[in-house]
Design a protein around this ligand. Structure first.
Ligand code: BEZ
Ligand code: FE
Length: 288
C-alpha cells in the first residue's frame, strides 16, 4: 500500500497483520487494539517527531535500568496506575471474596518455609515494633480452608526490602506459612513502615514530571494459594500509617486496612493484628 494518510494509516497497519502470523487469537485482538489506540493517541495529541524520539529514548533508558532487582516497567506501570487497573480487571470482585491489589516489584520466589507462628525477622532494628499477625482463611461459604500457602513479605523498619539492603540477611522479613485445619494462619513480624518506591532513574523522572510523591503507606504483602482456589495477591495496610489517602501507586483498598493494636499479655509481641481472608473457588473465577 502506497500513500497512507493520517486517516488511513491505522486500517492499513491493522490490515497488514497476516493470517499466518505467529500470534494467538488473543494476541491478535490485543495487538489490533494497541495499534488503534496508539494511532488515536498520536492523532489526539498531534505527536511531533522530537516527542516521539524523546519517548523512544525514555523507554530505552527504562530498559537499561532493569536488572534482577529492578523491574522499571512494573514501576512505571504502577506510577501510572496501570498495575492496579490490570489487577482489578484480572481479579474482578463479584461477592464476598477478599480484594487483591498490586504485586509490586519486590516479591522473591522460594521464601523460607516456616512453622505457624514463627517470626520472619532475622535481625533486630532500633525502634522496631514486633507484631503477631493472624487470621482465618475461609471460602465464600464461610468454610475454613486448610493447607493454604501464605507467602508474606514486607520492608524493614528502615524502609528497605532486604534485597535492596546489603545490611539485611538474605530473605529477612519474608516467609511461607500454611493454614491449619481451622483455616488459621499466624506469623510474627515487625510493623511495616511507609517507604518511597525507587524514585531515581526513569521512575523518578516520571514522578517529578507528574508532580507526584513516591511514598507508599506501611503494608505487608500476601500471596495466598491453594489448588482449586483463585490465587490472591494482596496487601494489608496499617490503619495508622501515613499515605493511606495518597498512595503513590493507588493500591490501597478500604477492605485491606488492618488494625495494629497493642498486644495482650498472652503474646510476646508489641502489637497484634487479626485479619481474615476469603478465597474464591478457581472454577467460579474462570467462569467469570
Ligand atoms: C510494593 O508494594 O512493594 C510496591 C508496589 C508498587 C511499586 C513499588 C513497590
Ligand atoms: Fe511493598
Amino acid at each position: 500500500m502506497r500513500n497512507v494518510t493520517i486517516d488511513s494509516v491505522t486500517d492499513v497497519v491493522i490490515g497488514s497483520l497476516g493470517k499466518n502470523g505467529e500470534i494467538s487469537d488473543r494476541g491478535r485482538e490485543v495487538l489490533t487494539a494497541l495499534i488503534r489506540h496508539l494511532h488515536d493517541f498520536c492523532r489526539d495529541v498531534n505527536l511531533q517527531h522530537d516527542e516521539f524520539l524523546f519517548a523512544c529514548d525514555f523507554l530505552a533508558r527504562a530498559g537499561q535500568t532493569c536488572d534482577d532487582k529492578r523491574q522499571e516497567f512494573i514501576l512505571l506501570g504502577d506510577i501510572l496506575g496501570v498495575e492496579v487497573l490490570v489487577d482489578m480487571l484480572t481479579n474482578r470482585i463479584d461477592g464476598v471474596e477478599s480484594e487483591s491489589t498490586v504485586l509490586g516489584p519486590f516479591y522473591r520466589e522460594n521464601p523460607p518455609v516456616l512453622p505457624k507462628g514463627a517470626s520472619t525477622a532475622q535481625k533486630q532494628f532500633d525502634g522496631e515494633e514486633t507484631v503477631y499477625f493472624e487470621g482465618h482463611i475461609r471460602d465464600v461459604n464461610g468454610a475454613p480452608i486448610e493447607g493454604v500457602t501464605v507467602d508474606v513479605w514486607e520492608d524493614a523498619p528502615n524502609g528497605l526490602y532486604e534485597n535492596h539492603d546489603p545490611e539485611q540477611p538474605d530473605y529477612n522479613l519474608r516467609g511461607r506459612f500454611e493454614s491449619d485445619k481451622d483455616g488459621h494462619y499466624a506469623f510474627r513480624a515487625v510493623r511495616p513502615v511507609p517507604y518511597p518506591i525507587p524514585d531515581n532513574e526513569t521512575a523518578g523522572e516520571l514522578l517529578r514530571a507528574m508532580g507526584h510523591h513516591p511514598n507508599r503507606p506501611g503494608h505487608i504483602h500476601f500471596i495466598l494459594s491453594k489448588d482449586g482456589y483463585r490465587t490472591l495477591v494482596s496487601q494489608v495496610y496499617d490503619s495508622d500509617s501515613e499515605w493511606l489517602e495518597n498512595d503513590s501507586v493507588f493500591a490501597v483498598k478500604e477492605s485491606l486496612i488492618g488494625k495494629f493494636e497493642a498486644a495482650g499479655d498472652d503474646l510476646d509481641t508489641d502489637l497484634h493484628v487479626q485479619f481474615d481472608f476469603v478465597l474464591k473457588g478457581a472454577d467460579k473465577a474462570i467462569a467469570a
